[in-house]
Write a protein of this length. Sequence first.
Length: 612
Amino acid sequence: MTFCGVFRLDGQPAAPKVADAMLAASVVPVDQASVRRYADGPLALVAAPEPALGPGPTLATSTVGPLAVIDGWIPQRGMAGADRGRDSAAARIAAAFAARGTACLDDLLGDWVALLWDPRGARLVLARAVLSWRRVAVYCDGARLLFGTELAQLRAAGIPLRVDEAAVGEALTLTQTTMYQTLIHGVERIPDGSLLDIQVGRAPARRAFTSLTSIVPPMRRTSVETSARVLRAALDAAVDTAVPDSGAAVQLSGGVDSSMVTGLAHQLVVRRRTGRLLPVSMVFPDQPYDESSWIDAVQAHLGITALRVTPGPYDWDRWRAWTATTGEVPPRPNAALLSHVLDAVRAEGLTVALTGEGGDDWYAGWRRHWPDLLRAGHLAPLWRESGSGHHPRALARRLCLIRRSAWGPLRAPPTRPVIPCWIRPQRLRGLDLDGRQTRTRAADTAGFASHDHRARWAPAARRMGASLLDSVRLAATVAGVDWRHPLHDPRAVRCALSTGGGTLYSPGLTKQVLRAAAGDALPPAIHARRDKARFDLEIVHAVETAGGLRTLATGPLVTGGWIDLAAAENAWASAAALARRGRTPTAPQHSLPYLWQLLELDTWLTHAGVQE
């Protein structure tokens, strides 16, 4: 599904021709025969489905009440007869919006972005599901607001493509301060779990609507078995609503998360006795990160056969052309590998694919609740979780661990981000990066009720990954595949957020509650698996294929004074050498993902058609 349009803030009639031009520039394939148009005074809207993802756009219209447009999916299971069509979701949301306003959005499951229009009050609402991979971008010039599910649509409307230098500076230093800012000046995305409320004669207002972020993890510890039982029920429901009756693919790597989703989906399809489940796995013969043996274990346990795909090298010509066409940054090499899975899924005639995305976010378990235990004076559980042993060396180790992980975060003042040595500090002057960081830290502190609460949501990491996820999501949609992430389902996340940190944490074993919840969906070997495949060598190979960082010499980052190329090359040589030995740099700022940002941003600045 794709939609785009124009809203006149001054109440004057909008320009349907502009909306049509925006739709014509869509990268997502559009079936022109099914395009729907809506024009009502200040609003001009066009919407169309992707041909691969089913009949008819999800557009509910009314000459009196609200209109709703949905991009994405909302669970339809359990609805009877005609109510299970795609249009019914939009119709239900339009009716709920008329009755309850934007409060209805907090109840919606699935992965979606929505446009809601109430002609009676000339009110437009753009909203994005919590934890959504979907995207809607907006640009406001004071007289009109342009919106679309793709950046290419806004570009077709004639907006000025000027680089936001502060955003580039934050991207280079991996210190992004917002979820809504993009690299293009004036273009914003709607953050997940948030909405933009626009009315004639008023400035657009952005606010969060989700109640999920208000769940404060308890300090009280419950049994792993009890928490796992509750989580398993939520995961079963999440997988059930994510898998359509026709079946789905599932991306199987052999890790705990993807293997569990595969097992749950397999059990679901067996119970339903309908549909098809196709595991699709990437294999890397002779590479240290090949997970074929783990995939074998899942196959033997479930009695299924995975479709194995051997990805090719990073295709620089493809991704440079992609950046020129879409205006998006090129995907990171380990993310670009997914394009091979997408191609295999579509070749098998499937349009929905599940992933294990989210397991590391919500269920890993770590010591981030320790500062809260110390602050509250809960010393007994803190001491128990510090380990075992009472001889002097063990006691010293446990006390040192508590000091570092519990006392340290409470006492340490906020630190300024470490600027990598290859960034020229003078180029960052005047961008107010320090001030933006100070304001963001203050907002993060005020927005979360505890250290554990903030750590579960990891706002800094979410901000850093926003542009990459935009690109990956669009690539999947262009390929005609709907990625669905059951471990990001609000019901499962609510269980994780409601589980005490002491229950999730187990020294030496991540995801103990998730493993327990998986039960017989996981083979014993993966139940006990502790290692995790790293794909850093894919970054090394991609950069070497491009010609190394020396290719930046004539690019805008060097000529524009952003980076010291010699310092970047030295850091790259060190990080690449460590990656070949299966190690990572001591300083995170010298890791391969940080250095990849240089090629990513240089490619974008060179090929996206933006003006510096």
